[in-house]
Design a protein around this ligand. Structure first.
Ligand code: GCU
Length: 612
């Protein structure tokens, strides 16, 4: 009997989680919602005693989960009861927010922390649905609501939500989340990264109410290679989606189009446009867009632009551009935590703008939605990337499914953002057939989900043995990307600064080239001559020589030096210099400008004039 019950429980869990996972809920950002941000109780559980029983069977897969199952939020019924946890007597942490920066003893912690948030809710009317929405949780989230398992999400940097209609009560609701940030060989990213493994519920949590039949998804962009055509789709979800009227209203384009959904609830449109104000870094114009059904109206702010390549050029709205960029990690150095707020986004993107950038590379994972929406407003083009980083398990089907799911989630979230122009499949991944097949599958999926943006990756480059000073891109994935990108560290990891002067490039592919990384470490305030490792002078000369060298690449169309700000990394341990920081920032972790900062700023001032 027990086995059948177990099987039944597992099946229900799968159905709930897969059902909960397949929902999209476009534009969660602007929807009317109830925030669950704020103080959440937490329990640190390194042995996952709240998840496994003493025979190491997950409590939530047991027909009779005992009092040890934290997700039940059990309370003693009388003095004989033995319960060894109590969320309400436990400390609290601010959500959104990583645990490393909020709790001293969790600075290096990698493991499980449980969170609980209780709330009352008004009676949900019959014609409404309600979703529990997370901006991101790093890394794995097991989510429970009022003692029921909603599902599991893997991936630390993309949004997900669960349908809790029918479970929410007027009084005494409680959300319990088991967060596990342990690094795993089969995960995405894998065991080894050069950034801090901030764990926790790191982005906003909210309750989103929608009508029983609601606007679940839409894609509203200019058609690829046709600046005069607005095309896309709007999709409803619910019990009655066929033949429904949808109004698409863009007042400043004099569009007020009535659409009707097909039997699947989708309405496709193609609208010829006369006069458009194109979105661009110099004029980041956003249209107010209204999508309306009888039951709800959503508002979005959408910029219209085209992005394409033509031979060795990148064209924005048909005009060749140079991407004056900088790499950014999602970290607020002044608060020394995982960045998550609009204020954090303003700090980082304002620093990028002050540097003269029209473009940022969001390394090495999708950043929070405030960043891309602010980039829309500030006029910064964006390279977005999933954390397929270094030595991923290429031949593991679950690893691929995880990578593809994260890709789907970020494309779904940002596909209406004008600032987002490039989807990056990977960073510095060792060439092999399984790896290139893995990346090609991701690229194919990307183009299927979003044919309007460019596909790239930080590819592998090599010098020929015959001539160590001539570099080439012999990465097979170069045949599949729209834009060739690669990281190169001549003068830092590869020789000393003088080697930079001798480098030639032999790039055979007739495509634009973006240098996705170059740089050198410098401890702010450490001075010496240009061969003194870790000095500002060394970093400065690497910038001066590299910028000169890159101009020898005829199809060079942009660059994102590594990196805007010093950032935390467990791999950077040199006392008195690194102290747990990667020091390749142009700014110190206190926002102080190093000598190389002006070198890049001056170059961007010059190159901007050349492309005007
Ligand atoms: C690599 C990698 C970065 C890393 C950098 C470095 O290119 O992409 O994530 O931080 O080099 O070594 O500083």
């Amino acid at each position: 009997m027990n086995k059948i019950l177990l099987l039944l429980c597992a099946l229900v869990t799968f159905l709930v989680s897969s059902h909960a996972q397949d929902n999209i809920l476009i534009n969660a950002y602007n929807r009317p919602s109830t925030s669950l941000n704020g103080a959440w109780s937490y329990i640190v559980d390194p042995y996952e005693t709240g998840y496994y029983d003493y025979r190491y069977t997950p409590h939530d897969q047991s027909a009779n989960p005992g009092n040890g199952a934290f997700y039940l939020n059990a309370k003693p019924k009388d003095k004989t009861d033995m319960i060894e946890y109590d969320f309400d007597q436990s400390p609290t942490m601010q959500i959104p927010g990583d645990w490393n920066s909020q709790v001293e003893k969790l600075y290096y912690y990698e493991g499980t922390v449980w969170y609980k948030k209780s709330f009352d809710y008004k009676v949900l009317s019959k014609d409404k649905k309600i979703f529990l929405s997370f901006g991101a949780v790093n890394y794995r989230a097991d989510v429970y609501f009022n003692g029921k398992k909603l599902g599991v999400h893997e991936g630390g940097f993309t949004p997900f939500n669960f349908d809790i209609t029918g479970l929410v009560k007027e009084k005494g609701n409680f959300v319990i989340v088991k967060v596990d940030n342990k690094r795993k060989k089969e995960a995405v990213p894998t065991l080894n990264t050069d950034w801090w493994n901030y764990g926790g519920i790191t982005r906003d949590v909210k309750l989103i109410e929608v009508p029983e039949t609601f606007i679940n998804d839409y894609f509203i962009q200019l058609a690829p290679k046709n600046k005069q055509l607005l095309s896309g789709y709007i999709a409803l979800k619910g019990s009655n989606v066929s033949g429904k009227k949808i109004a698409l209203n863009i007042p400043e384009l004099k569009i007020n189009k009535e659409l009707v959904t097909d039997s699947t609830g989708r309405a496709v449109f193609s609208i010829k446009l006369n006069k458009i104000t194109f979105w661009s870094p110099d004029n980041p114009f956003l249209y107010d867009v209204f999508v309306k059904t009888n039951d709800e109206e959503l508002q979005d702010q959408i910029g219209l632009r085209t992005i394409e390549t033509q031979e060795q050029n990148i064209l924005l709205n048909g005009k060749s551009i140079f991407l004056r960029g900088i790499c950014i990690h999602e970290e607020n150095p002044l608060r020394q935590n995982r960045a998550y707020s609009l204020e954090d986004a303003k700090l980082l993107l304002t620093w990028a703008k002050e540097l003269g950038c029209n473009y940022v590379r969001l390394a090495h994972y999708p950043h929070n939605e405030h960043v891309v929406r602010l980039a829309d407003q500030m006029g910064l083009m964006v390279w977005e990337e999933i954390p397929v980083y270094w030595t991923i398990q290429w031949d593991n089907p679950q690893t691929y499914a995880n990578a593809e799911n994260q890709l789907k989630e970020v494309i779904n979230r940002d596909k209406n953002r004008a600032s987002s122009i490039i989807w990056s499949m990977a960073n510095e991944t060792p060439v092999s057939k399984p790896r290139t097949d893995f990346l090609l599958r991701l690229a194919t999926k990307t183009r299927e989900l979003d044919p309007t943006r460019l596909v790239s990756a930080a590819l592998e480059i090599h010098a020929t043995d015959a001539d160590p000073f001539t570099k080439t891109i012999d990465d097979p994935f170069a045949n599949y990307v729209d834009v060739l990108s690669f990281n190169q560290y001549v003068g830092w990891y590869d020789g000393l600064p003088d080697k930079i002067d001798r480098i030639q490039w032999n790039i055979k592919q007739n495509k634009p080239v973006l240098i996705s990384e170059f740089g050198a470490d410098a401890k702010y305030g450490l001075h010496g001559d240009s061969l003194t490792r870790w000095s500002e002078e060394y970093q400065k000369v690497v910038y001066e020589k590299t910028i000169k060298m890159l101009q020898r690449i005829p199809q060079w169309r942009g660059v994102t030096p590594w990196i805007l700000v010093d950032f935390r990394s467990p791999r950077r341990l040199l006392p008195g210099v690194q102290d747990g920081f990667n020091r390749k920032g142009l700014l110190s972790d206190k926002g102080e400008k190093k000598a190389a900062y002006e070198v890049l700023k001056n170059f961007y001032r010059l190159i901007k004039k050349l492309y005007e």
